[in-house]
Design a binder for this molecule. Sequence first.
Ligand code: GLN
Length: 537
Amino acid sequence: MKYIFITGGVVSSLGKGLTSGALGALLETRKLKVRIQKFDPYLNVDPGTMSPFQHGEVYVLDDGAETDLDLGHYERFTHCQLSRFNNLTSGQVYEHVIQKERRGDYLGKTVQVIPHVTNEIKARIYAAGEGVDVLITEIGGTVGDIEGLPFLEAMRQFSLEVGKENVLFIHVTLLPYLKAAGELKTKPSQQSVAKLREIGIQPDILVCRTEEPMTEDMRQKLSMFCNVEQKAVIEEMDVKHSIYELPLMLSTEGMDKLVVERLGLKCPESDMTAWNSIVRRLVSPKGGECKIAVVGKYIDLQDAYKSIYESLAHAGVGNDCSVKIIRVDSEAVEAGGPEKYLADVDGILIPGGFGDRGIEGKIMSAKYARENKIPYFGICLGMQIAVIEYARSALGLEGANSSEFNENTLYPVITIMDEQKNIVDKGATMRLGSYECRLVPETLAYKAYAQETVRERHRHRYEFNNAYRERLENAGLRIAGVNPKRDLVEIVEVSGHPWMLGVQFHPEFQSKPSKPHPLFCAFVAEALKFSKSRLEK
Ligand code: GLN
């Protein structure tokens, strides 16, 4: 059993999560079994209560854990199975330690960061390693942050316990490019490594994030000042086209070879065939292009709809075509009308969301898609929007809404789930995680999945109101998927429209470049068709 710890230096948003995911992918190409986990030093128990402005997307696992979006990268880059035990926050550590203290488990001792907090962290490293060859643990934040110290201390102790030959420390750092000086600078990296060494951690590998290629001189300098072998100074340039180039890039730099040598891992050489083919399809697709509008309220944020954007890219791989994403602000649609923003797109996707800001703009976009027969994919809130729009237009239920946005609506076609009614706490209380969905034959969904039952991940409090089911069905809304245990509507489709589909779940959490999600694939295929017919016209 081998352990890799990944820390970050100089600045946040270095792409440590991507580096961890890509390293995991590389080790898998050598037939090693890996698991990747993340430790986040903040005090929230999980990111589920954080705003997208603070934290980007909340990623949901099969078991219903609301986790950091980096776990999304881990699942997309590798085949590892993750659970709520793979995203540890300081909030969870302290919660657990304090519960134990209240129970009297510490037998009269003074409870302290060392050893009680660090023991708790180490226990999570041991537990997560079971059943795999290599466990990669990424530490969130930047070396030098006060709140990250207990995690670094725990790593140091851990490597002493399991033997240094079984542990590898990788430090991801930034080489800023100074335009005026015309060169990359190494000093911030030197200082951040010095900070690590102060706590007793010597990185084995230095991954240098840079916009410009490094010179041999710089590698030498970094090697000397940071006390890292020269061949262990790895260059990680910004990727040109896609994040999925990263495994290839790191492989060219010899990163996986270095890691297996250092850890004494016995494994075959890497086989990059699959990654080469994925990247070929991303970089030079053969099958044309389609434009997909994602209509949301966080369009300026890189990370708010991360898994959606990724899944669209995967569907591009699946269809061997280019998918151009147009980010459309739902409030702008509300103000300026859909025509202005959606007239030349080939598909409209409405992602998940909470709260009433921009809702009417989303409803207008769904109406526009339905009337103009533009392929439409509604995800979670996007499905609810399609239902509201249909109730208003096809049934003439004026003011139909979700009770989330108008508690007093006369026609609550989307309503709070029974079991949600008395819940007051916000953390981890939604309908979360993987549930079964039975598909109805001869629907678009059934065709796409080519399966009778599927499991998909959820994160919502409101649902399709079955009191309106019959009327909506009679008016042409097709129920294409249902949760069999509780008869909850999971998928709706609009008859007479080539491809208008809404799902109450989040398919974007189960898509990978190596296994694009069937619904995203079908949606993009339909958008491609639409784009071709538009060009012909
Ligand atoms: N706000 C809606 C609900 O809670 C949709 C949630 C979502 O899109 N994830 O049901």
